[in-house]
Design a protein around this ligand. Structure first.
Ligand code: NAD
Length: 247
């Protein structure tokens, strides 16, 4: 499938108008925004590693039954991300933050590319791939070693096995991050939902929360999602192409 089609011009115009009339913006991003930086999504054709689906590896059960395998997958992903640069979509959101009175960026991504592009008010709902957490004490530390010298890596304080400091399927997003996100949605004039399949909780609820609060919502995605019908505008296209056109 060729995804390099031009987004519909009337939809771009409508999105520009909606954005111009809004001073407080809340954005939710998913793996799709980093796809053009070369970071694979979980549900795209490139979502496989060896013979495993991401959903089989990104779980506490997978980790505790085979920590080495899960860490090898993370080591591979960390190498990809270390070589990745933010794309035009990430930079357009940074520019949007510079222009607006209020701006919150909620991301499900763990790659840190929004911060690398200069975005400041970022809520990383699912953690960060450049942090590790001691499996005994829960202490978090930064770790930028690429490739990892030892797999699994150890906590530098206790010497015990560490895990990636990310939220896996079946785990709970810290309550404080959910409250901050819902507050940003309640306080915004417009919500933008970019490159997320809308299948992972709690973020899949955020667009519904925005509509319950009567907020206009624009979606940008290559494909329709389960919530597309709820939104005011849904633009088909690559985020790296669409976002710079509407900011
Ligand atoms: P997902 O893989 O379920 O869905 C990606 C979505 O992005 C799809 O709807 C797809 O149609 C769309 N998409 C793909 N390329 C696009 C592009 N260029 N422009 C616009 N849309 C595009 O991702 P998700 O909804 O974020 O949920 C999966 C989970 O995967 C999250 O928990 C996230 O933490 C994790 N994840 C993160 C990364 C990352 O940090 N970059 C990468 C893979 C998965």
């Amino acid at each position: 499938m060729n995804w390099d089609f031009e987004p519909a011009q009337d939809e771009i115009e409508k999105a520009r108008e909606m954005l111009l009339g809004a001073s407080r913006i809340c954005v939710l991003t998913g793996a799709g925004i980093s796809q053009e930086s070369g970071v694979p999504t979980f549900r795209g054709a490139d979502g496989l590693w060896k013979q495993f689906r991401a959903e089989e590896l990104a779980t506490p059960e997978a980790f505790y039954s085979n920590p080495r395998l899960v860490w090898e997958w993370y080591d591979w992903r960390r190498q990809l991300i270390a070589n990745a640069e933010p794309n035009a979509g990430h930079y357009a959101l940074k520019e949007m933050e510079d222009k607006k009175e209020g701006f919150t960026l909620i991301t499900q991504n763990v790659d840190g590319l929004h911060r690398k592009a200069g975005s400041r008010n970022v809520i990383e709902l699912h953690g960060n791939i450049w942090e590790i957490r001691c499996t005994v004490t829960g202490e978090v530390e930064e770790n930028h070693e690429v490739p990892l010298k030892e797999i699994p890596p150890r906590c530098t304080k206790t010497g015990k096995m560490a895990r990636p400091n990310v939220v896996w399927f079946g785990e709970i997003v810290p309550h404080e991050l959910i409250s901050r996100s819902l507050r940003a949605i309640e306080e915004c004039d417009l919500m933008l939902i970019v490159g997320t399949s809308g299948l992972v909780q709690p973020a899949s609820y955020f667009g519904i929360a925005a509509k319950r609060n009567n907020k206009p919502v624009i979606e940008i995605n290559l494909d329709p999602t389960p919530n597309t019908g709820l939104y005011d505008l849904s633009i088909r296209g690559k985020s790296g192409k669409v976002l710079p056109l509407i900011v």
